[in-house]
Design a protein around this ligand. Sequence first.
Ligand SMILES: Cc1ncnc2c1ncn2[C@@H]1O[C@H](/C=C/CNC(=O)c2cc(-c3ccc(F)cc3)cc(O)c2O)[C@@H](O)[C@H]1O
Ligand SMILES: [Mg+2]
Length: 215
Amino acid sequence: TRTSRPQRILKAVQRKATVGDPQSVITAIDHFCRHREWAMNVGDEKGSILDSVVSEVSPVTVLELGTYCGYSTVRIARLLPPGACVITLEFNPDYAAIARQVIKWSGLEDKVQLVEGASGDWIPWMKEHFGVQAFDLVFLDHWKERYLPDTKLLEECGLIQKGTVLLADNVICPGTPDYLEYVRNSPRYNSHYYRSHLEYTKAEDGLEKSVFLGY
Ligand SMILES: Cc1ncnc2c1ncn2[C@@H]1O[C@H](/C=C/CNC(=O)c2cc(-c3ccc(F)cc3)cc(O)c2O)[C@@H](O)[C@H]1O
Ligand SMILES: [Mg+2]
């Protein structure tokens, strides 16, 4: 087809959502992906769990791995207080370009720092480049086999400290078995599984929340 799926998602936002109204952007994407074309956004059901974790943590600095179209970026940023921000990493330039426009349409660009590049390349620079001490919340939603190596890299870079919350999407479907085994068996994490469904479907999926307990 001439346009890409992310481009069709952006069109749905521009047609149905109100500029400056993040909830209308979320609703427009969910409606499009439920009734027109499935896409790998965290979705409304798991999105509500994401919302509750963001509200509970009330983070000042958030790291999101895997922006895609910016759906979860908007969900997170809309709940952040003034002065708080989400840094989101996306290595596909086409997806990044769409996400920038979705984030702009929602009016949340001041709370979002979208960085184009691979997580493994950028994580080591977070402190120096963004002045981040440690992340209060990390939302993992990128390539599933990168969850574990990037978590270990974040630990090595001192970006995960006592109290940091990791929230991982898709721990059942498509699944992240090595990551799950790590956070559930490590004495340094307190993990909880939020059972839910794969976005816009009846298949099981869920989010794993892991709190770092310190060294
Ligand atoms: C190391 C690195 N650095 C930076 N950006 C990175 C990056 N690795 C990937 N990205 C970026 O992040 C997104 C990728 C997300 C991958 N997500 C999924 O594969 C996914 C799949 C499903 C799914 C479930 C059942 C099915 F039958 C089919 C698909 C559901 C989901 O929720 C998913 O998240 C995408 O925007 C990609 O460019
Ligand atoms: Mg996902």
